[in-house]
Design a protein. Structure first.
Length: 421
């Protein structure tokens, strides 16, 4: 079968790599892909948010399935567009995608179904918010409702910070804001838990912990993610049961009752406090770099998983994992997440010899006449899976050092909570 992958990051390169291993996949097209996917698939420079053009291209190339990496096309309704067409789409429909597209929608589902999450208040105007904040205790978390590329969340230590956040949101920094979400600050340790679902059944798809801050010791500005380890050190059977019964199942039932069809990955962002899970957020996709970290540990043919989800037959597919630990470190452009240069050549990337347990997934890279150049903040993802986190990290750092890309920056402490040195 010919398959299309939508997106251009490390997550999509990892999906492309796994699908390329499947005997059931003939040709892969990436919309638009990167220099890494270009090595194993055909990159197509077409705006994947133009669903009509995408559909026409898929018909021409006999693409029978689309796998959607990022949230935006899902929130914009790509699944609904292809609903009555002969092309299957792996991803949740527009209604279900509101779980990521609207934080207020998710909070309301939590409230109606007693799903554990932080206490919250929804305000409709700047003045109402400021009045509420004047009588509040800090720290507090202020969030823009819609998609904000991970930037619409403010942890506020005092009234002045909260006022600035509120003004920015209502001034439209993240698009038109009619409402704002104020949340109680949750203390604890974060964990990401993943499932895959066909709308009726769901299965575990790994756990992880990413490191979002730019600096070592989890300091400095927030980024899209500087690295990740899997599985999470916090996961155990008792906790998993609580996550399923109190958070995942009531949410999937609520989506069904609203008439949504959820086929795809669900990313459950949690705060764990004293062994109790609290929902921080849902994402309607795999995480990046969590996807690059988890996929190399999946034994089952990824195409079988996608196909059985699209056909509503996930209960017939067993998903198995290697027992290994996995670490991914992101090599980013110096200056990221603020100002950084693009178009810097990455020499000798193809000279790096990888062992079978190692991968390099491209993110912000571009193939040009002079070779591969950087094309974004997060550039390459180095992954190693072994029986030990410390070994994984040593291998990854050694590969990054061998590449010796002068414009690169990476964190050496990824997985510090599971590595004692
Ligand atoms: P979100 O985009 O909702 O995942 O928020 C981004 C990050 O902000 C999360 O990964 C947490 O580190 C932090 N965060 C969000 N909400 C809360 C909260 N209520 N309490 C503490 N930290 C939070
Ligand atoms: N790594 C965080 C995310 O994908 O949202």
């Amino acid at each position: 079968m010919n398959v299309g992958i939508i997106g251009s990051g490390g997550r999509e390169h990892a999906i492309c790599y796994m699908l390329n291993k499947s005997k059931k996949v003939s040709k892969i097209f990436c919309f638009p892909g990167n220099a890494g996917t270009d090595l194993i698939a055909q990159n197509v420079s077409l705006d994947p948010d133009n669903f009509y053009k995408l559909e026409k291209y898929c018909m021409e190339k006999n693409i029978k399935m689309l796998v959607v990496g990022p949230e935006k096309p899902l929130v914009n309704g790509i699944v609904d567009h292809f609903n009555d067409k002969s092309i299957k789409v792996f991803g949740p429909d527009k209604l279900s995608s509101k779980l990521e597209g609207s934080k207020i929608f998710t909070k309301k589902i939590c409230q109606e179904n007693n799903i554990p999450t932080s206490k919250f208040k929804i305000c409709d105007s700047l003045n109402e918010t400021l009045d509420y904040l004047k009588n509040s205790y800090f720290p507090l978390v202020i969030k823009a409702d819609g998609l904000a590329s991970g930037k619409g969340v403010y942890i506020c230590k005092n009234f002045d910070e909260a006022k600035t956040a509120t003004e920015e949101i209502f001034k439209g920094k993240f698009g038109v804001a009619e409402q704002i979400l104020i949340e109680e600050f949750l203390d604890g340790e974060e964990m990401s838990y993943f499932i895959v679902t066909d709308g009726k059944n769901y299965k575990f798809f790994g756990s992880a912990q990413d490191h979002k801050r730019i600096g070592e010791g989890d300091t400095g500005k927030n980024t899209g993610g500087m690295g990740c380890y899997s599985p999470s050190r916090l996961l155990n059977e008792k906790l998993e049961l609580k996550i399923k019964k109190r958070i995942i199942e009531p949410t999937l039932n609520a989506i069904n009752e609203y008439g949504g069809v959820y086929k795809g990955f669900l990313y459950v962002g949690l705060m764990i406090k004293d062994g109790e899970p609290f929902l921080i957020e849902f994402n309607v996709r795999m995480g990046d770099p969590e996807c690059q970290t988890i996929l190399p540990t999946v034994k089952t043919d990824l195409m079988d998983i996608f196909k059985s989800c699209c056909e509503g037959k996930l209960n017939e597919t067993k998903i198995s994992f290697f027992e290994s630990k996995s670490i991914c470190i992101v090599l980013c452009s110096k200056g990221y997440p603020e100002k950084f240069e693009k178009n810097i050549q990455i020499k000798d990337l193809d000279q790096l010899k990888l062992l079978e347990n190692q991968n390099i997934f491209h993110a912000g890279t571009l193939k040009t006449k002079v070779g591969i150049v950087s094309n974004g903040g997060r550039v390459l993802n180095f992954v190693s899976t072994t029986d030990d986190f410390s070994k994984c990290r040593i291998e990854v750092i050694s590969l990054i050092k061998k590449l010796n890309w002068k414009n690169g920056y990476f964190r050496r402490d990824i997985g510090h909570k599971v590595i004692k040195i």
